[in-house]
Design a protein around this ligand. Structure first.
Ligand code: ADP
Length: 453
């Protein structure tokens, strides 16, 4: 087993990886920017190396500085977490070239999955269901031709897209030109390539993803699904498992298709295959080749430590269990708590004056925050994840409600009150929502707020 792992990340996920390593008897190295010198991930690791200035490009995205830190401290492996360099195949390649292990799949697999056009082709070849779509689009004329072929509405997406950027919809021919131009411009600004493609825009789908684990010896298991349909601007806010929309038959069907596709590809590591689900049909969106923010809900119902499994797989170990050994218990829900204004969603960095986390049976809080901590303005605004599990969905909801009420965060405004409102709404309670539900809920809420002023 590795003796020392460098954690190339910050925030709650750096703590999450640190915990798994320590429980496995592995020493850890934290890296941090100058803005994060007092961060909890720095305090909890066995060693820490400052790798650059506050801006991510100078520190958490600084490949050379991170690899130098690993070499200087004698680390054997690097865990990239999520975000930052976690899906950067060039980084994974550099790590390997320097004689270190990258905790994740191969750079080739990352490259394939990072390209939405190539991964969709791979999905078709390996038997995954997909939406109607186009190849790379060269011009507005070509886009119009494909839109006619696919049928309106359509969505134009960046080949290298991520984080919900570079996606534009067109409901008729008049809207194609601006959607094409805007998607291309956004792709150019955010990604290395401005290549875009088109697919059918689904109007009321749910976002359902399947978590898999695969080792280097051809063993593949799934850990069930996560429903991530509660989204704002294509960003997930609340996730739950199992999905209220799936019955056993549908779940078994998609999970077995996914496992056989993964076997065919020869992928190893942890991975998530994202689908849209509408009218009983699944449509493959993309595969994430890294740990997901929402992985703890899967851990809650399976009792499998996904980070521990990632580390073992990267070290060449066999899974050591089969699909039949995996048991699913009850239900789990995660709320992402952001330091943002709960109405405008403007980031609200600052000093945490009060901090009290909920506890009790079935409650987990993953967070880097401590009382007196100053949230730096340079990074993501997520400051905590509240994960609650229960024997049934209704039991989980009651527990989540009381846990949200126990949570005290003073000094900065957060999205805590919004979560209480969402989980109390009749549609959420009944599990009847799709990816557009939250945006509509927020509009109504804003109108009510304006009326009260
Ligand atoms: P990213 O890599 O930027 O996260 P994805 O392809 O995973 O992009 O899509 C993110 C979200 O965008 C989905 O969860 C869904 O809300 C929306 N979306 C993507 N493709 C479609 C589509 N064909 N129809 C409707 N919504 C879509």
């Amino acid at each position: 087993m590795f003796e020392k792992v460098l954690i190339a990340n910050r925030g709650e996920v750096a703590l999450r990886i640190n915990r798994a390593c320590h429980e496995m008897g592995i020493k850890t190295v934290a890296v941090h920017s100058t803005a994060d010198k007092d961060a909890m991930h720095v305090r909890l690791a066995d060693e820490a190396v400052c790798i650059g200035g506050p801006q991510s490009k100078d520190s958490y995205l600084n490949k050379t500085a991170i690899i130098s830190a690993a070499i200087v401290t004698g680390a054997d492996a690097i865990h990239p977490g999520y975000g930052f360099l976690s899906e950067n195949a060039d980084f994974a390649e550099m790590v390997i070239k320097h004689g270190l292990t990258f905790i994740g799949p191969t750079p080739e697999q990352m490259r394939l999955m990072g390209d939405k056009i190539a991964s969709k082709k791979m999905a078709i070849e390996s038997g995954l269901p997909v939406t109607k779509g186009s190849p790379a689009l060269e011009s507005v004329e070509e886009a119009k031709k494909w839109a006619k072929e696919i049928g309106y509405p359509v969505i134009i997406k960046a080949k290298d897209g991520g984080g919900g950027k570079g996606m534009k919809t067109a409901f008729n021919e008049d809207e194609v030109e601006s959607a094409f131009t805007m998607a291309k411009a956004e792709a150019k600004a955010s990604f290395t390539s401005d290549v875009v493609f088109m697919e059918k825009y689904l109007q009321k789908p749910r976002h359902i993803e399947i978590q898999i684990l695969a080792d280097m010896h051809g063993n593949v298991v799934h850990l069930g699904e996560r429903d991530c349909s509660i989204q704002r601007k294509h960003q997930k806010l609340i996730e739950e498992t199992p999905s209220p929309a799936l019955n056993k038959e549908k779940r078994d069907e998609i999970c077995s298709i996914v496992c056989s596709a993964i076997k065919k590809i020869g992928y190893y590591g942890a991975g998530t295959l994202e689908f849209l689900f509408e009218d009983g049909e699944f449509y493959f969106l993309e595969m994430n080749t890294r740990l997901q923010v929402e992985h703890p809900i899967t851990e809650a119902v399976t009792d499998i430590d996904i980070v521990r499994e990632q580390i073992k797989i990267a070290n060449g170990a066999k899974l050591g269990y089969t699909q039949d050994d995996i048991k699913f218990h009850g239900s789990a829900i995660e709320c992402r708590i952001n330091a943002e204004d709960p109405f405008t969603f403007a980031p609200n960095p600052g000093k945490i004056a009060e901090w009290h986390v909920p506890g009790g049976l079935g409650v987990r809080v993953d967070s880097e925050v401590y009382s007196g901590y100053r949230i730096p303005p340079f990074y993501d605004s997520m400051i905590a994840k509240l994960i609650v599990r229960g024997t049934s969905r209704s039991a989980t909801l009651l527990r989540l409600k009381r846990a949200l009420r126990e949570f005290v965060i003073g000094g900065v405004t957060t999205t805590l009150p919004l979560h209480e409102e969402i989980i109390s709404s009749p549609e959420f309670v009944d599990g009847i929502y799709n990816i557009h539900w939250l945006e509509k809920f927020l509009e109504k809420r804003q109108d009510k707020n304006n009326d009260n002023k």
